[in-house]
Design a protein around this ligand. Structure first.
Ligand code: BGC
Length: 763
């Protein structure tokens, strides 16, 4: 059973005495702190004692691989390390960390050789021989390694509502990343999807803080395991702390305005869950909140993170973000001022990809008395401790032992299974799907015979747009032709992502088919290159859809895309709608299995699919969004709501029972128990997600209409019924007040599961 699992013990103890509690002030053992032996602790302290200020500043510096490369890699040329440039960064500046690939994926063998050469320099040519820690974005598998397992992106993973799949993805990603000699993963994204147009929507686990937190925590547990020196695990990074995913303009790294209450209610929880899971580092949001760039905000990086959330892992900046304090945010006059602001705010390491000036600046700042050396010690201690925990002092040059672990059959199976369980069927008029053998299918649209939208960005290269890099991935057309037989499946492009193509050919082909499978989407893109000014599907694709629908043939839309593009101009006319997100290299196989009925789809949307470009409300909006109409939900008009999804069977939920322990929640810390019977009323095995929502009727800060507070996915045979039991802890009934404090206010609540509701009053 999935329920909220924050650190509530201290808050509840307090709740027994007083009514309002400050949940976040729950001091526990510091979270994110490496688990070191006493000998390792002593080693770290001895090193710190011996280090000069310059060496300490060096440990806080992270440089990108491109800077030390004489040739970056692509499909046609291999990467070449420039030893002299590397020596300057590692030996002269004493950089403690490096990151990134150099343009495209490298083989595991080359990764190990490369890391080995860099580590040899760090350990043999520097005074103290401190190994480097190398960071990489293995965000959906070891995606910068040739031949590695690639998983669906997080949004599709979120749609499974199965934390076990997130955990397995974490295990496999870690094994394959570590097999390359890489030990630090910049993943998972803990941002919640709050602006559907944002270019990184596909990297999130969706719009709900609880779902995102549960999936992120499971992923971290898988990735980090119990022992970070095991040779199979890597340190994770919860990113991007905090409030990155609600840029007002919808464009990446642009300002957010977020109230304290919303910050704590919506954005903090997934990080809190990640900290509970022991994530060893965080990466900072590149943007600004309420006028202060997060990299310069001690209220977020110190007071909230260190004091209130009790987090003691490594804090790394995002890409060149000290520099952005000058040129983007304009809160600093020069590098020195910016460096001072970021260190004062609380960063431990600067991802200053292109140069080592940071080191000289920090030395100057310490010499001028503007930064205390003890402040550097705090950061360097965390960095050294992480290196020690990862075993880097023992095995500096990665050995060959893990050669066989990259791109295994088990990995491919796990990726396929994730796609099968995450792809979400939203509409299926007259049970059109699954399609019978022998159905004549036209596969059309720009994502139909393309591999890049299946993978998405962060696949081999940053933007992931080079199809030549993964020639073996079957397209949707390939997979359908394979499943239904070549003679039954035809293909027409009909439209490119942003340009028209031969639409008439597609219309002609549709007339000769029984069904059209229309694959729309967008070119993979992330961060700034993924910014858009219009959430509506580009017009060439819209026209194609309209013309195909006008043929009168049933059209099943398959969206293979970064974010939910608006399709209101033709949604009504669709016979079927499948949302796939970026389902990964096995996504096309999973789609063909779903279309053929070999797999009964069980994904549930982890976000609200907008019906129109201005209909962007999340499901947990405020009640006043409905002003002007009678219904509480009137302001929420998505094309498909959060949590929706259908399959090829039907489910019935009944007999909702709620038992509230006496004195809950102020005098009892036992949870509220919610029970419901789920029955598979169709004739196929299938899975349903039981979603438990709580609505607070009245509170001192306007309540959200409802919040997801517990869920569980259950697999049922035809006719089978199961009583599903879930628990709601005290926090499920709390609000975050205007000062950002989580607290309990007595009153009336509604618990809802499916169509059933239970009203209750708590003292
Ligand atoms: C992204 C991060 C990523 C980092 C390193 C940044 O531009 O925002 O998510 O981890 O680059 O590649």
């Amino acid at each position: 059973m999935i329920t909220r699992h924050r650190v509530l013990a201290a808050a509840l103890a307090l709740a027994l005495c007083v009514f309002s509690v400050l949940v976040a002030e729950t001091a526990s053992a510091q979270r994110g702190r490496p688990d070191l032996t006493p000998a390792q602790e002593r080693m770290v302290e001895r090193l710190l004692d011996r280090m000069t200020v310059r060496e300490k500043a060096g440990q806080m510096l992270q440089i990108t691989l491109n800077v030390v490369s004489s040739q970056t890699s692509d499909a046609t040329r291999p990467h070449i390390l420039d030893e002299e440039k590397a020596r300057s960064i590692i030996v002269e500046y004493g950089a403690g960390s490096m990151l990134n690939n150099a343009e495209t994926a490298l083989t595991p063998e080359y990764w190990r050789e490369l890391i080995g050469r860099l580590q040899k320099m760090a350990t043999e040519e520097t005074r103290l021989g401190i190994p480097l820690i190398y960071g990489i974005d293995s965000v959906h598998g070891a995606n910068y390694t040739v031949g590695a397992t690639i998983f669906p992106h997080n949004l599709t993973l979120g749609a499974t509502w199965e934390p076990e799949l997130a955990r397995v993805a974490g295990v496999i990603t870690a094994e394959e990343t570590r097999a390359c000699g890489l030990t630090w993963n910049f993943s998972p994204v803990c941002d919640v999807m709050r602006h559907p147009a944002w270019s990184r929507v596909f990297e999130t686990f969706g719009e709900d803080p609880m779902l995102a937190g549960v999936m992120a925590a499971a992923n971290i547990e898988g990735m980090q395991g119990d022992d970070l020196s095991s040779g199979k695990t890597v340190a994770g990074t919860a990113k991007h702390f905090l409030g990155y995913s609600l840029p007002r303009s919808g464009r990446d790294r642009t300002p957010s305005s977020i109230s304290l209450s919303e910050l704590h209610d919506t954005f903090v929880p997934p990080f809190d869950d990640a900290f509970d899971a022991g994530v060893r580092s965080i990466m900072v949001n590149s943007g600004e909140i309420n006028g202060t760039p997060v990299h310069a905000d001690p209220r977020i990086l110190h007071t909230l993170l260190r004091e209130r959330m009790d987090y003691d892992g490594v804090v790394v900046t995002d890409w060149e973000d000290i520099g952005k304090l000058i040129h983007w945010h304009r809160v600093a006059e020069d590098e020195k001022h910016a460096t001072l602001l970021a260190i004062e705010a609380g960063i431990d390491m600067t991802m200053d990809p292109y140069n080592g000036a940071f080191v000289d600046i920090v030395v100057e700042l310490v010499e001028e008395g503007k930064i205390a050396e003890s402040r550097l010690d705090e950061s360097v201690r965390r960095i050294l401790a992480l290196k020690a925990e990862l075993g880097l002092f023992e095995e500096t040059v990665p050995g060959p032992r893990d050669r066989a672990k990259v791109g295994t059959k088990a990995g491919a199976e796990a990726s396929l299974q994730t796609a099968r369980r995450g792809i979400t069927l939203l509409k299926n008029n007259d049970d059109l799907l699954p399609l019978a053998e022998g159905t004549k299918i036209l596969v059309a649209g720009p994502a139909a015979d393309e591999v890049v939208p299946l993978h998405g960005s962060w696949t081999y290269s940053w933007q992931g747009t080079d199809a030549a890099l993964y020639p073996d991935t079957p397209t949707v057309y390939d997979a359908l032709a394979d499943r239904f037989g070549k003679a039954n499946v035809s293909y027409e492009l009909g439209a490119k992502f942003n340009e028209p193509a031969d639409i008439d050919a597609a219309v002609r082909a549709a007339r000769g088919a029984d069904v059209v499978v229309l694959c729309l989407g967008e070119t993979p893109a992330t961060e700034k290159p993924g910014d858009i000014g219009n959430l509506t599907i580009p017009w060439p694709q819209m026209h194609l859809a309209q013309q195909l629908i006008a043929t009168g043939k049933p059209v099943v839309l398959v969206m293979i895309t970064n974010r939910p593009r608006v399709v209101s101009a033709f949604a009504e006319g669709l016979a079927g709608f499948i949302w796939a997100g970026h389902p990964g290299p096995h996504g096309s196989t999973a789609l063909a299995e779903i279309i053929a009925g070999d797999v009964n789809p069980s994904g549930r949307l982890p976000f609200s699919y907008p019906s129109e470009p201005n209909e962007l409300l999340p499901y947990d909006h405020k009640a006043s969004s409905s002003i002007g109409g009678g219904s509480m939900e009137q302001g929420y008009n998505p094309l498909y709501p959060f949590g929706s999804g259908i399959g090829y069977t039907t489910f019935e939920m009944s007999d909702l029972k709620v038992s509230v322990p006496s004195g809950f929640p102020t005098e009892s810390d036992s949870p509220v128990r919610v029970n419901v019977v789920v029955r598979n009323t169709g004739d196929r095995a299938g899975a349903e997600v039981v979603q438990v929502y709580v609505s607070d009727k009245v509170s001192s800060i306007s309540p959200r209409v409802r919040r997801l507070r517990a869920f569980e996915k259950v697999d049922l045979e035809p006719g089978e019924a199961q009583r599903v039991a879930l628990e709601l802890d005290a926090e499920s009934f709390m609000i975050v007040d205007r000062n950002g404090r989580t607290r309990y206010e007595p009153g009336a609540f509604t618990i809802s599961v499916g169509e059933m509701t239970h009203e209750m009053t708590l003292e």
